[in-house]
Design a protein around this ligand. Structure first.
Ligand code: GLA
Length: 392
């Protein structure tokens, strides 16, 4: 569902910034929310995200020289960034343009050389730093645009992998594949049940009768590169290496709960053992949750969402008082089917499934309790599941 106002605005923004140019095209790539399966995607486990109808809009025109010009209407105090295909190196000064530059760099690494540069204006309606994947959205948008402009032979799944590669190797964030995959492969009204061990996946229709997906934003600014995300990933890798001395596995996601319990003492450090426990249990919880959803048991799905938050809070230690307050207040409200943090954690958002009749009470009670405890407001969005990237 394309927001026509956003489309018009980004095209007007292009004209204002770079002048009227015949053949300027507009594009869209969504943001994402993960329903369950957190911090499993770099452990060869399962995830269950969906693309959103909010995302990043782009207006682009090809150039005849090797220059690149970028402008973001979200950072309208920043001037146009002028760079070129000869300058594909990350820099602090490049700010947000490190994302599109990283994707160009990753295409070139794969042998897809750009014959010329382009001018680009972007305008997004994903709240910045909310953990709803504004960066993956921008990466996939850029890849989609490159394919369209230069005719590169890549699939949407490749766009996800290239986006992840650029984020890992150009932007220094060691993320898994979930975000870029959800953005590139999104399908309206469906979540994606993805096995990150081999990228096999299936779409699962989300038909919430009498309920909606509500996102609550902590409004706490977080930056995953600065956070402990990379440290968590390293802890899991060390735990895996220790486990592999006893059992033949590719990733922690290969272990059942019973296998983990039988061999967990192979992981020497108790703190690391606890982190690995989350990865194993969360993966099994995700498989169980999707089975519950398919069986029409939304109540059980919600209970597993709650259990996921508890595990992220107590075992994986990636929540913090802001996310805990949002989830714990939500659990008190009748009509809240499930509520948990979503994304990397340490800030960002919770995702909740709330019965229609309880949405007002949810916003009021959670909002007031949050303000009282944290000292500033949280923000709510009722969201819909949208499709993948598109020319609009
Ligand atoms: C971030 C990363 C993802 C994933 C989640 C946690 O969003 O980008 O790859 O690891 O955190 O599930």
């Amino acid at each position: 569902m394309i927001d026509q106002k956003m489309k018009t605005a980004v095209l007007e923004g292009f004209e204002k910034t770079f002048g009227k140019q015949e053949g300027t095209k507009a594009y869209f790539a969504p943001g994402r929310v993960n329903l369950i399966g957190e911090h499993t995607d770099y452990n060869g486990g399962h995830v269950f995200p969906c693309a959103l109808t909010i995302g990043t809009y782009g207006a682009v025109h090809k150039r005849t020289d090797r220059q690149l010009r970028f402008y973001s209407m979200n950072f309208d105090k920043l001037p146009v960034k002028n760079t070129s295909l000869e300058e594909l190196v990350p820099s602090e000064d490049a700010g947000w343009t490190n994302y599109p530059k990283g994707v160009i760099w990753a295409f070139e690494k794969r042998g897809f050389k750009l014959p010329c540069g382009f001018d680009m204006v972007i305008y997004g309606n994903i709240p910045n730093g909310s953990g709803l994947s504004s960066s993956a959205s921008l990466e996939v948008l850029t890849g989609f645009i490159l394919r369209d402009l230069y005719g590169f032979d890549v699939t949407n799944q490749d766009l996800a992998l290239i986006g992840q590669y650029s984020e890992n190797n150009f932007n220094g964030m060691n993320c898994g594949i979930m975000d870029q995959f959800a953005v590139a492969m999104g399908k309206e009204d469906n979540a994606i049940f993805l096995d990150t061990a081999d990228l096999s996946f299936e779409y699962a229709p989300i038909q919430l009768e009498g309920a909606k997906i509500v996102i609550a934003n902590t409004n706490k600014k977080h930056k995953l590169t600065d956070s402990q995300y990379n440290a968590r990933r390293s802890a899991c890798e060390e735990a895996l290496a220790e486990m592999q001395k006893e059992v033949k596995i590719r990733g922690l996601g290969d272990l059942s709960v019973e296998e983990f319990e039988a061999h967990k003492n192979a992981i020497k450090d108790p703190d690391r053992r606890q982190k690995a426990k989350h990865a194993v249990y969360e993966n099994q919880r995700t498989i169980e949750a999707v089975a519950a959803l398919k069986a029409g048991d939304i109540k059980h799905f919600g209970q597993l969402m709650n259990a996921s938050h508890v595990s992220l809070r107590d075992d994986y230690d990636v929540t913090g008082v802001e996310l805990d307050t949002l989830a714990e207040e939500a659990w008190k409200i009748p009509g809240v089917i499930g509520s948990r943090m979503t994304g990397g954690g340490f800030g960002g958002c919770t995702v909740s499934i709330v019965e229609d009749g309880a949405i007002d009470a949810f916003k009021k009670q959670v909002g007031e309790a949050y303000k009282e405890k944290i000292g500033y407001d949280c923000t709510f969005y009722t969201v819909e599941i949208g499709g993948g990237p598109a020319v609009i």
